[in-house]
Design a protein around this ligand. Structure first.
Ligand SMILES: Cc1cc2nc3c(=O)[nH]c(=O)nc-3n(C[C@H](O)[C@H](O)[C@H](O)COP(=O)(O)OP(=O)(O)OC[C@H]3O[C@@H](n4cnc5c(N)ncnc54)[C@H](O)[C@@H]3O)c2cc1C
Length: 352
């Protein structure tokens, strides 16, 4: 018997498992090991100011300190290194961009997140010149693939992990427990990422899904130690290669990488980088985006043993820790859910 059966081990399921176990709860985790999991291909960038209008991310004042504390605690507790503070330099394409940037940094609410124009320093001879550059502060990168791989191994060693696809027909929901293949649980928490929209209990929620393609490349002689953004991101990886991404589309007829996606990435990188590069890998994944751009948290309206944690969209690394802790405190202490993320705001059409 366990307290919680967690379905899906991307960043959402990993954080739920970690926090529940830390609170003394017994867990079992299921994951189908899909190569299309969003967490397996994300850069894990945490960037407080985004977009062409340089706007602070939603609730960033709450999210950022929470993410820093939780990832640092996990690193210490398990003696791993997955959270890397990393400056981010972005192109300002023209005078209008520069004016907007300079205007923003005079706003006291932004001054701690942005610096004035940035100097490319020694990078200048490796990049085609742009109009100007700005630097975002308090940026970081969570190595999400390494983070989830660590917990997978940890739970496998403890016999708390099964690689399988949860077939909903095999899930027996009773008044007193939920049962799956001999495992009895108090509750099931669905952390299924973009697959959530196929879950018959939660498919009434306004899921979307945005496909992204990325490359891992080797760039001999680059030696970049900062994240650089110009139409796409160049992100230094721990293995010495670079994560290059991403394409972004809401309209796709399959989840696999495409020749068009690869061509788009190559073209954008060549327009930016003076150096030659070698493509090591090309991947695609579906971000679990949501119409209202807010995570989904809470119990199923009619099945109190079924819970969802999903909708982390394009920002799982920054949203994950705060909202996982929020849901855990709701489950264990009965605290109310924030109305912006509570799935009770969405009308439930009829019994499943
Ligand atoms: C190209 C790309 C770049 C990104 N870059 C960033 C970034 O820089 N920073 C950032 O913060 N975010 C980024 N993201 C978004 C980030 O990846 C997501 O917010 C986050 O990973 C979502 O995590 P998740 O656990 O909800 O879903 P997922 O990572 O998709 O995990 C869901 C897991 O559940 C499993 N699963 C689903 N259904 C079942 C079932 N029925 N039975 C068993 N297993 C099941 C899946 O196989 C998967 O392993 C990026 C995404 C993409 C695609």
């Amino acid at each position: 018997m366990v307290d919680y059966l967690i379905v899906g081990q991307g960043i959402a399921g990993t954080l739920m498992g970690y926090l529940l176990q830390k609170a003394g709860k017994r867990i079992h985790v299921l994951d189908n090991d899909s190569p299309r999991s969003s967490s397996k291909h994300a850069a894990g960038i945490i960037n407080p100011v985004t977009g062409r209008r340089y706007v602070k991310s939603w609730r960033i004042e709450d999210l950022l300190p929470f993410a820093h504390t939780m990832y640092s605690e996990i690193e210490r507790e398990f003696d791993i290194q997955v959270f890397h503070q990393m400056p981010l330099i972005r192109t300002l394409y023209d005078q209008k961009d520069r004016n907007n940037w300079m205007l923003r940094i005079t706003d006291p609410a932004y001054e701690k997140y942005m610096s004035g124009e940035a100097d490319l320093g020694t990078y200048a001879d490796r990049l085609h010149p742009d109009f100007s550059y700005g630097q975002t502060l308090h940026t970081a990168r969570l190595d999400i693939p390494a983070f989830i791989a660590h917990f997978r191994q940890h739970w496998q060693k403890r016999g708390e992990y099964t690689i399988t696809q949860l077939d909903m027909e095999a899930l027996e929901i009773r008044d007193d427990i939920v049962k799956w293949e001999g495992i009895e649980a108090e509750k099931v928490i669905f952390c299924e990422g973009s697959w959530g929209k196929q879950n018959p209990y939660f498919n009434y929620l306004p899921f979307r899904g945005a496909k992204g393609e990325i490359m891992e490349v080797a760039i001999p002689g680059a030696n970049f130690d900062r994240i650089i953004k110009r139409k796409l991101f160049i992100v230094p990886l721990q293995n010495g290669n670079y994560w290059i991404g991403t394409t972004n589309t809401n309209w796709f007829d399959h989840e696999e990488p495409t020749a068009e996606g690869l061509a788009e990435l190559e073209e954008k990188l060549k327009a930016f980088l003076k150096l030659d590069f070698e493509i090591i890998a090309h991947h695609s994944a579906i971000r679990p985006t949501v119409k209202h751009r807010r995570p989904f948290l809470g119990h199923h309206p009619e099945q109190n043993r079924l819970v969802i944690f999903n909708g982390l969209g394009t920002k799982g690394a920054s949203l994950g820790p705060f909202w996982a802790a929020h849901l855990v405190s709701h489950l264990l202490e009965g605290t109310s859910l924030d109305s912006e993320v509570d799935i009770r705001q969405y009308p439930y059409p009829s019994a499943v």
